[in-house]
Design a protein around this ligand. Structure first.
Ligand SMILES: Cc1ncc(C[n+]2csc(CCOP(=O)(O)OP(=O)(O)O)c2C)c(N)n1
Ligand SMILES: CC(=O)[C@@H](O)[C@H](O)COP(=O)(O)O
Ligand SMILES: [Mg+2]
Length: 639
């Protein structure tokens, strides 16, 4: 009988004979491989924490004791062991399990995740909250080495380390982020655990312990622990974490269940801030992922034996590839261009740049704010930095954008990928706010291309723009057009719009990915006798004042459409501009976009249709606007 049939919750793990934990771990690992092979999803990170997850739920009394997983892409094992095994195949699908952790999905999900490096701050908050109310439970944060390279983690360590509240940080060190591990921390951690003298002494200590008579066991354990700590302090450089006030324990073999259970049983009896350094292998137990953890960070459905993806990647390339290739071509011609990524070389396709111009490629790690201000510094030296960061992750660098780039009018180009609906990654990853947050920044030029070619045309324009920062956005999608070499594409004229269609019944002001569906909607409307003007507002700010005045003078019914929040988005901006320009006129303005809410995970296309942001939805809104206006219905904002 399979153990997984009887182990549904952590209490079942704690009821198992200890010698069955190994079998449970093997079954859980196989289950994870089976489900992701069928359905796709995040893959390598969960494989690396199978034993760690089993051991934590074995030792700690979850959900009373709180486990705070960082980022959450490694939490499939946690979900399997906390009552969600049957639902696992629904993960990342509309209405199914969330891609990461969510407090509203399970009592075992102590804190939501998705963006990296929040776990220590959150866990510390829980520990202090516990002590303020005199409660009694353990709090454990589990953070990866890549996420430990993020400044937020140090803010938390620094703050927690000088207090005495009990809480534990588990550093899951697989020497890997998504791309190759970057940063001095990784070198430091590696040096600690590969120091031959330190490891020799550890082996001796282990051997002495093993041989000690049972009767002396506890005493020997104390002596051995002191000896090991003394050696550790002597041999390992700096003991960064001890300097920050944490008792350092480790490194521990993250795949040795006995060592893990013994270590956490010991740690659970200790007091104060503790950091347990666990060594794991990302992709452990699936040979292809062990050999190439970067590629197997996430996977689309694949054959378990060969690893071959089921669905052949047909059709046109993703926007990210078009951007990455175009940037390389432009950098071939201009030695001032540099590319900056924040630990996402693959997702932004700046890995292409790293191969073509290694000396001008910078992966700053999970440090978006630093990446932005680093770019500002480069710009003061006449360098042309292109900061390629997902819209959602760029939120981490907002003050840096305002304070270090825009206020100093520095020519930095921001390439915001995953703008709009990201899809399966859900609300933590949707690029819902970049139009709103960038429009609010003085001196910032805000743009969005209608297709791949125009995206590169805007990139060229941004690289020529010397008078301050410039941003452009693109979706997690394939381009709708054949895209030529960037070097053959003229830069889009500054602050220009493009009138794609003229009609007398209403005017549609469309942004970026909404332009082509607006054209399709206009054709549907025309079949019903409604003629729409469609304008490609590829410069959101500064906008094309001449075209604006022409079309706004000619229309009392205006529909704006953007794949971004309507709250303080382009539509709100245009509504203010239009009502000021047509003061006193009886206008009917509707702004379509993402509602003032968080959009759940699901397929990008189905979510856009749900939101009325496909051609059919746009046509419906346009008809309502023209019918409504015909009956004198007042203008209304729609979400
Ligand atoms: C703020 C932020 N930036 C970037 C990402 C994208 N991201 C997801 S997982 C990951 C790598 C994390 O590395 P590590 O913490 O070592 O975890 P591992 O995958 O190795 O288990 C990155 C960069 C993110 N989730 N959040
Ligand atoms: C967990 C995380 O943040 C990344 O793995 C993210 O899911 C990547 O997103 P894309 O798949 O859109 O590159
Ligand atoms: Mg890692």
């Amino acid at each position: 009988m399979s153990l997984l049939d009887q182990v549904r919750f952590p209490a079942d793990i704690r009821a198992l004979p200890r010698e069955q934990l190994r079998q449970l771990a093997d079954e859980v690992r196989d289950r994870h491989i089976d489900v992701v092979a069928q359905k796709g999803g995040h893959f390598g990170a969960s494989l690396g924490v199978v034993e760690l997850t089993v051991a934590l739920h074995r030792v700690y009394d979850t959900p009373r004791d709180q486990l705070v997983w960082d980022t959450g892409h490694q939490a499939y094992i946690h979900k399997i062991l906390t009552g969600r095994n049957e639902q696992l195949p629904t993960i990342r699908t509309r209405g199914g399990l969330a891609p990461f952790l969510r407090r509203d999905e399970s009592e075992y999900d102590a804190f939501g995740a998705g963006h990296a490096a929040t776990s220590i701050s959150a866990a510390w908050g829980m520990a202090v909250g516990r002590d303020l109310k005199g409660a009694d439970f353990d709090v454990v944060a589990i953070i990866g080495d890549g996420s430990m390279g993020c400044g937020l983690a140090y803010e938390a360590l620094n703050n927690a380390g000088h207090k005495s509240n009990d809480f534990t940080v588990v550093l899951n060190d697989n020497d890997m982020s998504i791309g190759p591990a970057v940063g001095a921390l990784n070198k430091y951690l590696t040096s600690m655990v590969t120091n031959p003298a330190y490891n020799k002494v550890r082996d001796v200590v282990k051997d002495v312990l093993h041989r000690a008579p049972r009767s002396l066991g506890h005493l020997m354990e104390e002596v051995a622990g002191k000896l090991e700590d003394g050696v550790k302090h002597m041999l390992t450089p700096g003991m960064l974490f001890e300097a920050l006030g944490f008792r350092y324990i480790g490194p521990v073999d993250g795949h040795d269940l006995d060592e893990l259970v013994d270590t956490f049983s010991r740690v659970r009896q200790m007091s104060g801030p503790i950091l347990v350094h666990v060594l794991t292998q990302k992709g452990k137990g699936f040979h292809l992922a062990e050999d190439d953890p970067w590629t197997w960070h996430a996977a689309s459905p694949f054959d378990k034996i060969s690893g071959a993806a089921h669905a052949k990647k047909a059709g046109r390339p993703r926007y990210q590839k078009v951007f990455g290739k175009g940037l390389v071509e432009l950098a071939d011609e201009d030695p001032r261009i540099v590319a900056i990524t924040a630990a996402m070389p693959d997702g932004t396709s700046t890995d292409l740049f790293s191969r073509a111009h290694a000396d001008r490629y910078f992966d700053v790690g999970i440090a978006e704010g630093h990446g932005v201000t680093f770019a500002a510094g480069l710009a003061t030296q006449g360098i042309k930095p292109v900061v390629a960061i997902y819209s959602t992750f760029l939120q981490r660098g907002y003050d840096n954008i305002v304070h270090d780039v825009a206020l100093q009018d520095l020519p930095v180009v921001f390439g915001m990928d995953r703008a709009g609906i990201a899809g399966a990654d859900g609300p933590t990853h949707n690029g819902a706010f970049d139009i709103a947050y960038m429009l609010a920044v003085p001196n910032m030029t805000v743009t969005a291309g209608k297709n791949g070619t125009e995206t590169l045309a805007l990139l060229r324009a941004g690289l020529q723009h010397e008078e301050g920062p410039f941003c452009l956005r693109w979706p997690r999608d394939s381009v709708p057009d054949e895209v030529p070499s960037a070097l053959t594409i003229e830069p889009t004229p500054h602050a220009s719009w493009e009138v794609l269609r003229r009609g007398s019944d209403l005017c549609i002001l469309a942004v970026g990915t909404m332009v082509l569906p607006a054209i399709d909607a206009a054709q549907e409307l025309a079949a019903r006798g409604i003629e729409a003007t469609v304008v490609n507002c590829r410069y959101l700010k500064p906008y094309d004042r001449a075209v604006f005045e022409e079309v706004v003078s000619a229309h009392d019914r205006i529909l704006t459409i953007e794949e971004g929040t309507v709250t303080n988005g382009f539509g709100a901006f245009m509504t203010r501009e239009i009502t000021a320009f047509r003061r006193g006129a009886a206008l009917h303005i509707e702004t379509l976009g993402l509602p003032d809410d968080f959009i759940e995970h699901g397929g990008r296309g189905e979510l856009l249709a749900d939101l009325g942001l496909d051609a059919a939805g746009i046509a419906r809104s346009a008809r309502a606007l023209t019918d409504g206006a015909a009956t004198g219905r007042s203008a209304r904002e729609t979400a």
